[in-house]
Design a protein around this ligand. Structure first.
Ligand SMILES: *Cc1c(COP(=O)(O)O)cnc(C)c1O
Length: 363
């Protein structure tokens, strides 16, 4: 993302933090235990507890969590891993780093992996499936499990919420988190894996470090620092408040934008299953290209964004819903600190941009 979002009057992301994070980071520094210390362990206990799982292992990033999570599930050279065609490029990178092949399967109208597309993509080389709780909507993890294939629940956008199918982060063989600054739980950088499987936890603890091991090119130093862990733990303590604040902002968008969507037919509102986490408020344009609307809104100082960049290589299976998502989905600013006046401005600017006739090159 090369856009200077910070220069926008209303940025796409704004971090949520306060004295707790500042104090925790300062205390971690003052403690002299910057790595492998008690804060990593405290965060791991907190995540374990929140997901209702037996083990949590802090790592350096969400990508490291995916890579090591797949490795812990036995994914190796020559295997196939099914991933959503509309998702962060980190998923494909994690699979490729193990010498395995990412196989993209189409998403459904809620932008989550479509279980029917997963069945269609399945071969005798399929070893695992990665399901993302995209934008905070719970993925159909229960329907993807079984069939001798392990499932990873990617919780970078959605973690810790109780749902009828279990708590987000506690529904699959392995769940992964990213603590990159702009994620649901932000700490600058960092990640974690949560699992009930003792064998997977053991692999993860062994492989995040390279110390006292022979060189084999797979130990890439995936450890989490205590300074990042201290911040992530504060964010975890704020999680319920952040989820509630995000939901309140989303309700306000729904109330304001439902009549506009109905009157103009210019866009579809985000999927709103209950419960969900409102990590992103992503609308689908009807006949305009997202890139055009994003650029036009940015000229008014509003940080709209295309939330996912197309990473797919030519030659994959046809994924018409993902194609549409890449072309038409626009994410509006949504975070706990978004003020009412800012949100009103976002809606005004969206109205103004959509009121202009669609030109052929904008489709
Ligand atoms: C950001 C993200 C990742 C990767 O996390 P990093 O910490 O940036 O490596 C993985 N999956 C999803 C769904 C993400 O949004």
């Amino acid at each position: 993302m090369t856009d200077p979002t910070t220069s926008l009057a209303i940025p796409h992301n704004r971090l949520t933090f306060g004295d707790a994070e500042s104090r925790a980071a300062a205390e971690a520094v003052a403690s002299g235990q910057w790595a492998g210390g008690p804060r990593v362990q405290a965060l791991e206990r907190g995540l374990q507890h929140r997901a209702g799982r037996a083990h949590a292992i802090g790592v350096a990033s969400g990508l490291a969590a995916l890579r090591l999570g797949l490795k812990a599930l036995g994914v190796a050279q020559g295997d196939e891993v099914i991933i959503p065609a509309y998702a962060c490029v980190a998923l494909a990178n994690a699979v490729l780093a193990l010498g395995a092949s990412p196989v993209s399967a189409d998403v459904a109208e809620d932008w989550n992996l479509d279980p029917r597309a997963v069945t269609a993509a399945h071969t005798d080389r399929t070893r695992a499936v990665i399901a993302v709780n995209t934008f905070g909507v719970p993925a159909a993890v229960a329907r993807l499990r079984g069939a001798s294939v392990s499932v990873i629940e990617d919780c970078a956008h959605g973690f810790g919420l109780a749902t009828p199918t279990g708590v987000l982060g506690g529904r699959a063989d392995v769940a992964v988190l990213s603590f990159h600054a702009t994620k649901l739980l932000g700490a600058g950088e960092g990640g974690a894996v949560v699992t009930d499987r003792a064998d997977a936890a053991e692999v993860l603890r062994a492989w995040r470090d390279y110390e006292d091991q022979p060189p084999d090119g797979t130990r890439l130093n995936d450890k989490l620092s205590d300074i990042h862990a201290a911040i992530a733990l504060c964010q975890l303590e704020r999680l319920d408040a952040m989820i509630a604040a995000r939901a309140a902002r989303a309700q306000r968008y729904q109330a304001r934008l439902t009549p506009t969507a109905q009157r103009t037919g210019a866009f579809r509102l985000p999927p709103a299953p209950a419960p969900r986490i409102w990590y992103r408020y992503a609308i689908e344009l009807t006949d305009r290209a997202a890139v055009e609307v994003v650029e036009a809104m940015r000229r008014f100082g509003v940080g709209a964004a295309r939330p996912v960049t197309d990473w797919r290589l030519p030659g994959g299976r046809p994924c018409p819903v993902a194609d549409r998502a890449y072309l038409r989905v626009v994410s509006l600013p949504l975070y706990p600190t978004l003020r009412d006046d800012e949100q009103d401005r976002v809606c005004e600017v969206l109205d103004a941009v959509l009121a202009r006739p669609v030109r052929a090159h904008e489709r």
